[in-house]
Design a protein around this ligand. Structure first.
Ligand code: IRN
Ligand code: FE2
Length: 625
């Protein structure tokens, strides 16, 4: 084991104030479940009153889903070298089906390659690493299938609903606005519904028993659409400190899970720091570390090295593994005629191995043994799309769909072991071919959750691939994809920095939320309604704070109207004071009240007046979006 320089550790002990600054206009709240240790985090946005003749009408605070963990909680004491509080430790221990690793014999018959005692830092909050007792299966799917509702499932039900008041508020607004949208808004998510979805494999709860610091979340198409952010160092950049910062930065902007794709130095230590300080599930691609262990020579990989890597990472607490077990020897020649060949890192490593040995992919031939490891820690599968298209020209071809069929076959094997499974998807796909991907995935993989990378809907915009791909992500999310893997503006160009991570996440939060609205997820509409109402009532502060990025919204408003007085003004610089459509509508309503006419009549009268005013000024009016 190579030692980690102490200055790397010291840097990692502090976070810059930049990543932990408070999120404006809101504070963290916790909603209690049926027992006091189920405390579901949400962010409550405090709203101003609606101005009325008698001083104002209250607007109920808005509770929104929050992924940022303790980092935005004013009361939390964060010490990175101690690690986050292990909030699930009790739930895991009380099930009585796991034991402390150091007291168990090694069931997987290997000598421990990584001795935790050698770790440079021991995280004081971390409970002793555990594993399932011999013969036990500790997956949430296993509990679900036996009818057990776990505290994790209840936590998720509360979290997905975003508080009962928000739902009621949405219902009221719906009555107000007519029945045209949000038909499902009254449907509440219950713990029993969560259990049922997990039992039938339509949703997964990625939470390794060795990551008790995580706040339970669910990935499935009948729940809020989730977003994943990729971080991780490479041989040419980043240390441990930067990776912990990227984690905290990602969850601040709404990442529901984070994947550590490190391939550089100190992979084990970097991952340890990330997991111990992460309130969201962490995913990895274990073949990357296995490849490091054979100095980058793919043909020297073998099952034993891979298995030991899986166990090492499972003991650390990785919540889901990307496993490229569908890259079969016979599919590799199908990529020969492609414009961009194989673009998946993991896929290309395994294709190289298969060709070098002229043997079947060892992840495929050892799949049941992998399942045995997964169920001893409750690590979920993210079955990798090693043959995804890397260009518009290659979309939906024989190699891609052949692999998808194999992933369907593997899903059934994983389910036989009650191992939670999701399926990775493309890539680059033009809009007219996206639906076919979703339909085929649901059919082949028995409705296991789909987790897609975009897809990018065109190849011609390097520098803007967060946009080319968010278009595809919104579509496929609407069709039923459960989690969207973000793409940053640096895609195809370089390793993303903090700015890129924020831009990528915003694009994907928009795509995910647009999909939730279209699907009528309970609670999604409430935030839009609150925003629309604030906008109509010129509550500028509220408009900034309800948004996905309050800081950006305020900054843009400040550019032209920086004064405090402007934050209550009944116009903005887009149309100016005389041409604001919302202001005009309000004038029309006042006019109607004053003159005792109905709104429609007032509207035509009012508009005629405004049109005269407009012609008199000869100004140019920009249409508002
Ligand atoms: C998601 C869907 N398809 C691929 N992904 C992600 O792409 C995967 O989860 C991982 O984070 C990243 C790189 O995977 P490859 O290139 O090794 O397949
Ligand atoms: Fe690409």
């Amino acid at each position: 084991m190579n030692a980690v320089p102490s200055q790397l550790i010291q840097q990692a002990e502090q976070l810059s104030a930049d990543v932990t600054r408070p999120i404006p206009g809101s504070h963290k709240i916790h909603v209690e479940g049926s027992r006091p240790d189920i405390r579901v985090p949400m962010r409550e946005i405090v709203l101003a009153k609606t101005p009325t003749m008698f001083g104002g009408e209250e607007n109920a605070p808005l509770a929104v889903y929050d992924t940022s963990g303790a980092y935005t909680d004013a009361n939390a004491q964060i010490d990175l070298a101690r690690g986050l509080a292990p909030l699930r430790a009790e739930w895991i221990a009380e099930r009585g089906d796991t034991g402390v690793l150091s007291e168990l014999s090694s069931e997987f018959g290997r000598k421990r390659e990584h001795d935790p005692k050698l770790d440079a830092v021991r995280f004081r909050n971390r409970p002793m690493p555990r594993r399932a007792l011999s013969g036990a299966n500790v997956t949430q799917m296993h509990y679900a299938r036996r009818g057990i509702v776990t505290p994790e499932m209840e936590f998720i039900a509360v979290r997905e609903n975003q508080r009962i008041e928000a739902i009621r508020e949405a219902h009221l607004l719906r009555q107000h606005a007519g029945e045209s949208f949000g038909a499902n808004i009254q449907k509440l998510i219950t713990p029993e519904f969560v259990r049922d979805e997990v039992a039938r494999g339509r949703a997964i709860i990625p939470n390794n028993i060795n990551h008790p610091e995580s706040e339970p979340m669910i990935i499935g198409r009948n729940f809020l659409t989730k977003v994943n952010a990729n971080i991780g160092n490479s041989a040419v950049s980043s240390g441990i400190a930067e990776e912990v910062e990227k984690l905290v930065w990602s969850i601040r902007w709404g990442a529901d899970t984070v994947m550590d794709l490190s391939t550089g130095k100190h992979i084990h230590e970097t991952r340890e720091w990330i997991i111990r300080n992460s309130p969201v599930p962490i995913g990895t691609v274990p073949i990357y570390q296995a490849l490091e262990k054979v100095d980058g020579r793919a043909e020297e990989l073998n099952w034993e090295i891979f298995r030991d890597t899986l166990i090492e990472q499972a003991e650390q607490g990785v919540d889901y593994f990307t496993i490229h077990a569908g890259v079969l020897l016979r599919y590799v020649p199908l990529t020969a005629g492609r414009v961009t060949g194989i673009v998946s890192r993991g896929g290309s490593i395994l294709a190289k191995w298969c060709l070098a040995h002229h043997k079947e992919n060892f992840l495929y031939t050892h799949f049941e043994e992998i399942c045995e490891i997964m169920k001893a820690y409750d690590v979920a599968f993210s079955l990798g799309d090693g043959l995804r298209p890397g260009s518009i020209a290659d979309a939906n071809d024989a190699a891609q769909f052949g692999e998808l069929e194999t992933l369907g076959e593997l899903t059934k094997i994983a389910w036989k072991h009650d191992v939670q499974t999701m399926i990775e998807g493309p890539g680059h796909v033009p809009m007219q071919l996206i639906k076919e991907n979703m339909d085929k995935q649901l059919r082949e993989c028995g409705e296991a959750p789909f987790y897609t990378l975009g897809p990018l809907t065109t190849d011609i915009a390097p520098g803007y691939d967060h946009i080319t791909s968010a278009i595809g992500a919104a579509m496929i999310g609407w069709f039923g994809t459960a989690m969207l893997c973000y793409v940053t503006p640096k895609e195809h160009l370089g390793l993303p920095n903090k700015h890129d991570v924020r831009e990528g996440l915003m694009a994907y939060k928009i795509a995910a939320h647009a999909a939730d609205l279209a699907k009528g997820h309970p609670g999604a509409q409430a935030r839009d309604n609150a925003m629309s109402k604030a906008r109509f009532e010129f509550r500028w502060e509220d408009q900034f704070n309800i948004g996905l990025d309050p800081e950006r919204a305020r900054e843009y408003h400040d550019e032209t109207l920086p004064k405090d007085a402007h934050k209550v003004a009944h116009f903005c610089s887009m149309c100016g004071p005389h041409f604001c459509s919302m202001k005009i509508t309000q004038d029309v309503r006042d006019y109607a009240k004053e003159h005792g006419v109905d709104e429609e009549a007032a509207l035509s009268e009012g508009m005629a007046e405004k049109s005269a005013e407009f012609r008199a000024q000869g100004a140019q009016v920009y249409r508002k979006a």
